[in-house]
Design a protein around this ligand. Structure first.
Ligand code: F6P
Length: 326
């Protein structure tokens, strides 16, 4: 087995609460094993611009509880080009960096995969995204915090909806995945949840609303994933207002509030375990995999599989939503 001496860590794509806890775990585990650990600022962009610096144990002090990412993040178009990746490789090579830990979502893993295929730099991916849209792990870093943030906001919306007998259509993030909507909707007792993975049509929603109105149930919360084909909360509200103008309908888009805040206990623990496992994998010579936690055990998924596959949503969930919100 090749001895590893120098590794680097970066955060890429949309930030997610718990990324700092993961960076801390990578740095401290690396130092524990006598490795030199480098931090890369602004994700792949920092690899290209040579924004790379040595990290010490104290570089990651007091960050486990902080949202965002101390390494900053960016979406870097140049890294999609071979020339960009070559520049990145040269900057790693001149420091003899022999392993790269990428904390990010599927777009970031795509970059890591290409990079590791073209150049001899082993990459380990840690799933850091509030969307939970990556296969090979039960949870992604940031998802639990984002759901809790959404739940807190939706609970508040229910208070005012209840006071006015209103229909609220609440949009949550998730890109083209519906996990944030599904989990926050179930946890807040939403009357309907619309996600891209499940075919609920606007007509279904209107039928439900009319049925609720007939039985004098005027408070309705609909949680819609931003990626649903109805066109998010505004698209859905437009159609509902056309068909049910008598309903007092309001829209609330939760937006980037879901990305911030102090990570939950679950995210801090998940990130700490994954960061530790990433360094372990590099030392064991396990390369080009994503670290996941499946059934409470560390699992490795080849980066290309993590990129291509999505987590599936069991249709049973929709039965549960229907029964519990009736
Ligand atoms: O992938 C995380 C995420 O927050 C998605 O849920 C959302 O669609 C997207 O990033 C927003 O990206 P940006 O902050 O670049 O607008």
């Amino acid at each position: 087995m090749k001895k590893v001496n120098n590794i680097a860590v970066l955060t890429s794509g949309g930030d997610a609460p718990g990324m700092n806890a993961a960076v801390r775990a990578v740095v401290r585990t690396g130092i524990y094993h006598d490795l030199n650990v480098y931090g890369v600022m602004y994700g792949y962009r920092g690899l290209l611009t040579d924004d790379i610096f040595p990290m010490e144990s104290k570089s990651v002090a007091n960050i486990i509880q902080r949202g965002g990412t101390v390494l900053k993040t960016a979406r870097c178009l140049e890294f999609y080009e071979f020339e960009g990746r070559q520049k990145a490789y040269e900057n790693l090579k001149k420091r003899n960096i022999e392993g790269l830990v990428v904390i990010g979502g599927d777009g970031s893993f795509n970059g890591a995969m290409k990079f590791s295929q073209e150049f001899d730099i082993p990459c380990i991916g840690l799933p850091g995204t509030i969307d939970k849209d990556i296969a090979g792990t039960d949870f992604t870093i940031g998802f639990d915090t984002a759901v809790n943030t959404a739940v807190e906001a939706i609970d508040k919306i229910r208070d005012t909806a209840d006071a006015h007998d209103r229909l609220f259509i609440i949009e949550v993030m998730g890109r083209d995945a519906g996990y944030l909507a599904l989990h926050s909707g179930i946890a807040t007792g939403a009357e309907n949840i619309l996600i891209p993975e499940h075919t609920t049509t606007v007509d279904d929603i209107i039928n439900d609303l009319q049925a609720n109105e007939r039985r004098k149930k005027m408070v309705n919360l609909i949680v819609v994933a931003e990626g649903h084909e109805a066109g998010g909360a505004n698209g859905l509200a437009k159609r509902v207002k056309e068909k049910c103008p008598q309903l007092d309908t309001k829209v609330c888009i939760l937006g980037h509030i879901q990305r911030g805040g102090s990570p939950s206990t679950m995210d801090r623990i998940l990130a700490s375990r994954m960061g530790y496992a990433a360094v372990d994998a590099l030392l064991e010579g396990i390369h080009n995999v994503m670290i996941g936690i499946v059934n409470d055990k560390v699992a490795y998924t080849p980066l290309d599989k993590a990129v291509k596959a999505k987590q599936e949503i069991d249709p049973e969930w929709f039965k549960i939503v229907k029964i519990l919100a009736s």
